[in-house]
Write a protein that binds this ligand. Sequence first.
Ligand SMILES: [Ca+2]
Ligand SMILES: [Ca+2]
Ligand SMILES: [Ca+2]
Length: 455
Amino acid sequence: MKNWKRLLAGALAALCMTPLGGCGVLFSDDPEALMRPPRPTGDKTGIHEVLEKAAGEGFTLKYPASGDVRSAIVMQDITGDGVEEAIAFYQKADASSTGVNIMFIQKRDGVWTSMGSFAAAASQVDKVLFGDVNEDGVPETVVGWGSGQSGVSNVSVYSLSEDGTKLEETVLDQSYAQLLVLDLDGDGFEEIFTATVTVGDQPAQARLLRLRSGAIEILSSCPIDSAVTSIVGAAGGLIGENRMGVLLDGSKAANSYITEVVYWDRGKRALVSPFFDPATQTVEITTRSLNVVSRDVNGDKILELPMVNLLPGVTASSPPDTAYLTDWHQYDAEANTLSRVMSMVTNSVDGYWFLIPDMWKNQITTEQDLSSRTLTFRRWITYGENLSEGRAGDRLLEIRVFTAKQWTEEEPNGEYFKILDSNNLVYAGRIPSPDNSLAMSENDVRNSFKLLTQE
Ligand SMILES: [Ca+2]
Ligand SMILES: [Ca+2]
Ligand SMILES: [Ca+2]
């Protein structure tokens, strides 16, 4: 059994050696499709009966607190035969046992049967992930116990026994702030990625781990920003056309955020964090004052990181997010630089963002009127070289939110044009100075507008 798996694993590795994108053989790109809760049929009853036998009548199901998988009973093929097993998280009915348990349940000859259960000391499940971290052709179950954000956490890896009948647990006795499972080195097999903040004399670091001969092996590690107190986001995926990486968004002191790039350097065969400055033990280049997290903002499957700058002419001591321009960047590993992909102004109060056209670069400022729910973009006229010295000029664009009722009653003569409507609200635009050289067309305005809920 093991031999054909190795062969299969080897073949897959060979297949996946060059084109990174071609590794979807083992796992679907859509985690929801693979890791869904059980069908509400006889399966559910059968699984429930096995759990009740082990955990007592009145046991409670426990739900993962973060990540893509949020079911207490997760269906996933962990034996590689094309049939899904069930993985259940629960707390025993017995009040004296406070920890969470995990049980692997397989359908054998039509009967749901336990393949093993394990007790964790933690009282909650943080995250459940799957990936072939021991390179045997079938996915392991990687569980983050506790809470990544509180730092009271540890990782367990559950792998299939040699004979394929039961599960074995390997515990990584190390807390994490962020936990991911992804193929960072591009060999076709996933690794475990962890990121930690500084705790006592333990420096903040990112680590890449895999399972080898039943033990967790550290493939590589690298230092990350030591001043980050909380890693608020970790986006793993493509960071370039042919490169996987992780963008870590960290919170430092009040109103200070950074993003660091971590990826596998093929030449060095090591995990690297190119923005980390060894002299200061920190990352400076991506410093910003708004909490915006990295994501694929333009839908090209490559992750972007945000750089945020206050627009000129803003004097408020704690300006709203509409007073900032967010420039989204991709990291270019070859040139070790950031390149801007797009710029936007976000209005979190009214729930949308607006793409800023290139012709507006260094040419605009904004004013937000909360009572009329209006965001106005104005031309910024500088007095000299210094962008901050100048004044607001023509109104180039107003974006205003109406209730559906207001829209019918107050806007019958069409001073505003409709951008879109959603949830009984009408998002509308007006171009007060159509002759200004920076004026946009109504269509361009519509194409540049996006609701935050649409993402
Ligand atoms: Ca495996
Ligand atoms: Ca790999
Ligand atoms: Ca993108």
